[in-house]
Design a protein around this ligand. Structure first.
Ligand code: 1CP
Length: 355
């Protein structure tokens, strides 16, 4: 099958659906918008077929294929936003990080940070020069889409953790040890990442991305005081550099319930909730000053529909004001069934409007 030749030549819907942007701005909308983190991926037979031909990074380098992969879930699920297909590791290549994305493992770094002096080897980069294909993909996508496109990046802590651990980690001992032993080098690394990633996001928005999400997936492994000292100043710098873009700034972390207020104070306008917290309690903690996004347990997709319906209802019943975006509490896993994701999307869309 010539999958890469099936270029999208039609608009997904005739009228632009701005429900997601309205919710991000806490404005009333006709329905609660839905999208799913990792909505493009291995749970889709079409994606698996494309991956037989191209590696994940190949897909990112080929605007036509990348456009097709990004559009697939929008067409199949009817979600209210698209998210650029990419990976948080992509912009680390031009900074000098030598990595592969290994099947069944995730990112593996061949030149991990061990000594303080290693930090100096990583350079700032110019996204339009180093990653022109990202900009081209975004331009193609906004031409095709009738829903907003979310651009994204990894947050400095999550990226630094891969760079120091050399790959995925459960306990982040190497990262924390580096942070405690080499605070100066740590802050240097975080500052470099904050600057590069904010420039990367400015570039994505300049090409047409209408919202951005910063994935600080693993930062929940830090306690509050460590977050304040080792992460917070860099997130403030990063979001500070994005404010003028005037697009929704979504800030997400896993197991981040204890950090939510600080994540808001960094300057984000939407806070992503993982599934371990209650929507109403969390929103109240955030003083309703930002929109919130979340937070169905991704594992609930495997539950029989009545159980899943109850879990969706429990989330939706906590929403009494504009400014809520339905999502999972982390990414769609490969075991998910696309028809169930579609059913969730329809269920949320049919929920009584968020007056
Ligand atoms: O095809 C494959 O190899 C499957 C696995 C896969 C996919 C589909 C990886 C390897 N990356 C991606 C794409 C990807 N990565 C997207 C797609 C866009 C969409 O949502 O549709 C996104 C948003 C990411 C971002 C990403 N990559 C994050 C942040 C989000 C999260 O899940 O917390 C992280 C932590 C990564 C690193 C990464 N890349 C891949 C894997 C398996 C991992 C996680 C490894 C680990 O546990 O540390």
């Amino acid at each position: 099958m010539q999958i890469d030749l099936i270029l999208p030549t039609f608009k997904i819907m005739t009228q632009f659906n701005d429900t997601f942007l309205k919710a991000c701005r806490m404005e009333p909308a006709d329905h609660i918008p839905v999208w799913f983190m990792r909505q493009a991926g291995r749970y889709q037979p079409e994606y698996r077929e494309i991956r037989k031909k191209y590696s994940l990074l190949d897909i990112c380098h080929k605007p036509d294929v990348c456009t097709e992969v990004t559009l697939l879930p929008v067409q199949q699920l009817g979600v209210d936003a698209a998210i650029l297909f990419s990976d948080i590791m992509l912009p680390l290549g031009p900074m000098g990080v030598d990595f592969d994305i290994v099947e069944g493992v995730g990112p593996v770094i061949h030149n991990p940070v061990v000594h303080a002096s290693d930090v100096d080897k990583f350079t700032l980069f110019h996204p339009e020069q180093s990653l022109p294909y990202v900009g081209q993909t975004i331009k193609q996508l906004v031409n095709e889409l009738n829903v907003p496109l979310i651009g994204f990046t990894g947050a400095p802590f999550t990226l630094a953790s891969y760079m120091i651990e050399g790959g995925p980690s459960k306990n982040f001992f190497k990262t924390k040890s580096f942070m405690y032993h080499q605070p100066e080098a740590w802050h240097k690394l975080m500052a470099k990442l904050a600057r590069s990633m904010s420039e990367y996001l400015v570039y994505q928005v300049s090409c047409g991305a209408q919202a951005i999400q910063v994935f600080d997936s693993w930062v929940g492994n830090l306690g509050l005081e460590d977050y304040r000292e080792y992460v917070y100043p860099h997130m403030q710098t990063m979001f500070g550099a994005l404010k003028h873009l005037n697009v929704p700034l979504i800030h997400f972390g896993v197991v981040s319930g204890h950090l939510l207020e600080m994540m808001k104070d960094c300057g984000s306008t939407v806070v992503g909730l993982d599934w371990r917290v209650q929507v109403d309690e969390s929103w109240q903690k955030l003083k309703y000053e930002v929109a919130v996004q979340g937070n169905l347990d991704p594992a609930a997709i495997l539950a029989p529909w009545p159980v899943l319906e109850k879990k969706c209802t429990q989330i939706l019943e906590q929403v009494h004001r504009p400014g809520f975006i339905f999502n999972l509490g982390h990414g769609v896993m490969p075991q998910a069934d696309g028809s169930v994701l579609k059913r969730i999307t329809d269920f949320v869309h049919n929920w009584k409007s968020n007056k």
